[in-house]
Design a protein around this ligand. Structure first.
Ligand SMILES: NC(=O)c1ccc[n+]([C@@H]2O[C@H](COP(=O)([O-])OP(=O)(O)OC[C@H]3O[C@@H](n4cnc5c(N)ncnc54)[C@H](OP(=O)(O)O)[C@@H]3O)[C@@H](O)[C@H]2O)c1
Length: 173
């Protein structure tokens, strides 16, 4: 069985993006994301893959698994496209991958968060103007058994908004 672990950054309202991109520059979150997912398999929807800057595609030092109905050939050893969750899981298990980090976007979080055992959630305290640009949201109605939360760190030259790190142990269905 695959162990799913979710990693996301969202505002207290659940905003994760707008116009198929992130709505903030948060270096601290990028560093955290890199650390958590280094040398791991990451699963994303096609829109999230598309939203990555060209020079970040596929994410280096990670096995990139992308869900899409499009028939696309990968040119990279660490990038694989799948047309459904079942074929992706079968391929993963055949390749001895037991843990998958779910990294978005909204559609993928909505469909697979119920299977996740853990969630690393960075809270980004966005402003009203940024909130208005949002069209992608994290499903915040998840059930959990344990929550750890850091202090709220203040915005600075490297981080547009205040932020904190949260870690949840989830109740997978
Ligand atoms: N803040 C964060 O942590 C974070 C993380 C990731 C993404 N984001 C943001 O989230 C937004 C994108 O989210 P989104 O909901 O639009 O897109 P998404 O979840 O990234 O991708 C959705 C697409 O994935 C494919 N897909 C999904 N489920 C599938 C399945 N079961 N089988 C086959 N294909 C499947 C489909 O692609 P096809 O149409 O090609 O079939 C679908 O249109 C962007 O704004 C991005 O910046 C934020």
């Amino acid at each position: 069985m695959i162990r799913y672990i979710a990693v996301a950054a969202c505002s207290p309202e659940g905003v994760i993006g707008g116009g198929n991109q992130l709505l903030w520059h948060q270096k601290a979150d990028m560093i955290f994301f890199k650390k958590i997912t280094a040398n791991q398999a990451v699963l994303m929807g096609y829109n999230t893959y598309e939203s990555l800057p060209e020079n970040y595609k596929p994410l280096k030092g990670r096995l990139n698994l992308v869900l899409t109905s499009k028939k696309i050939e990968s040119k990279w050893d660490n990038l694989h496209f799948f047309s459904d969750i079942e074929s992706m899981e079968t391929w993963a298990l055949t390749n001895k991958i037991n843990t998958i980090y779910l990294i978005g976007g909204a559609l993928l979080y909505r469909s697979l968060l119920p299977k996740c055992i853990m969630l690393y959630l960075t809270k980004i305290y966005i402003d009203e103007l940024t909130l208005k640009k949002a069209d992608a949201f994290f499903p915040l109605d998840f059930k959990y058994t344990h929550k750890f939360q850091t202090e709220r760190f203040l915005s600075n030259d490297d981080n547009d908004f205040d932020y904190s790190f949260e870690h949840y142990i989830l109740n997978p269905e």
